[in-house]
Design a protein around this ligand. Structure first.
Ligand code: DX5
Ligand code: ZN
Length: 223
């Protein structure tokens, strides 16, 4: 039996006027992780929110908080996000964000949290070859980071295949997570390429029935 796919709703698409209710609703609807997008208006051209929102989400759910740091020098803020309740800290592989990738991943482990590295669409898999043993999660962006509701980039499928093969060749088994433009049709292809966790914002929070939306993505079928 293949392991079930992890579904991580991205709260970027939630209703911020009733954020706690929306988080409780996706939790009850079967979300495995809650994906939280932190944007600083420098690494990406959009500003979202900071540790205060992570704290609010923490109070609403016991599910692991999968915190995606799209910020310049995430190393400066790790302690704040840990204090706010993050379980997974995902840092961008690009030097425009993280200065010393290896050091920062090690620091996340030292803080007792799961470490993840994120690859933007233009970033090759080879970029993380030497830090792969430090990655509990590798997140492959399937859109350019910065905004929800963008179109899935199918060119990222061969990249996911290459990453899975690289991991297998080295007997490593990080969670391979995909983020951006994911709906059930794209998720089906993404999972077939080797991913085992899917982030979805609009395809979950944009639907009336969160449980049906999560089930549809997990099972890779159309609703
Ligand atoms: C994009 C974010 C994604 C985003 C996904 O920068 O990293 O997590 O919220 O949203 P959808 O699923 O709407 O593309
Ligand atoms: Zn994200």
């Amino acid at each position: 039996m293949p392991e079930p796919v992890i579904i991580a709703p991205s709260i970027l698409a939630a209703d911020f006027g009733r954020l706690a209710e929306d988080v409780r609703a996706v939790d009850k609807a079967g979300a495995d992780w809650i994906h939280i997008d932190i944007m600083d208006g420098r690494f990406v051209p959009n500003i979202s929110f900071g540790p205060l929102i992570v704290e609010a989400v923490r109070r609403a759910t016991a599910r692991p908080l999968n915190v995606h740091l799209m910020i310049v020098e995430p190393e400066r803020y790790l302690a704040d996000f840990v204090k706010a309740g993050a379980d997974h800290l995902l840092i961008q592989a690009e030097p425009a964000s993280t200065i010393h990738l290896h050091r920062v991943l090690s620091r996340i482990h030292d803080m007792g949290k799961k470490a993840g590295v994120v690859l933007d669409p233009a970033t090759p898999v080879e970029m993380i070859e030497y830090v792969l043993p430090l990655c509990d999660i590798v997140l492959v962006m399937t859109v350019n980071p910065g905004f929800g509701g963008q179109k899935f980039l199918p060119d990222m499928l061969p990249k996911i295949r290459k990453l899975r093969a690289l991991c297998e060749g080295r007997s490593l088994n990080p969670v391979i997570e995909a983020d951006g433009g994911q709906d059930c049709a794209n998720a089906r292809e993404t999972i077939a390429a080797g991913a085992n966790a899917i982030v979805a914002g609009s395809a979950i929070f944009g639907k009336a029935d969160y449980a049906a939306a999560i089930r549809a993505i997990r099972e890779g079928c159309l609703i």
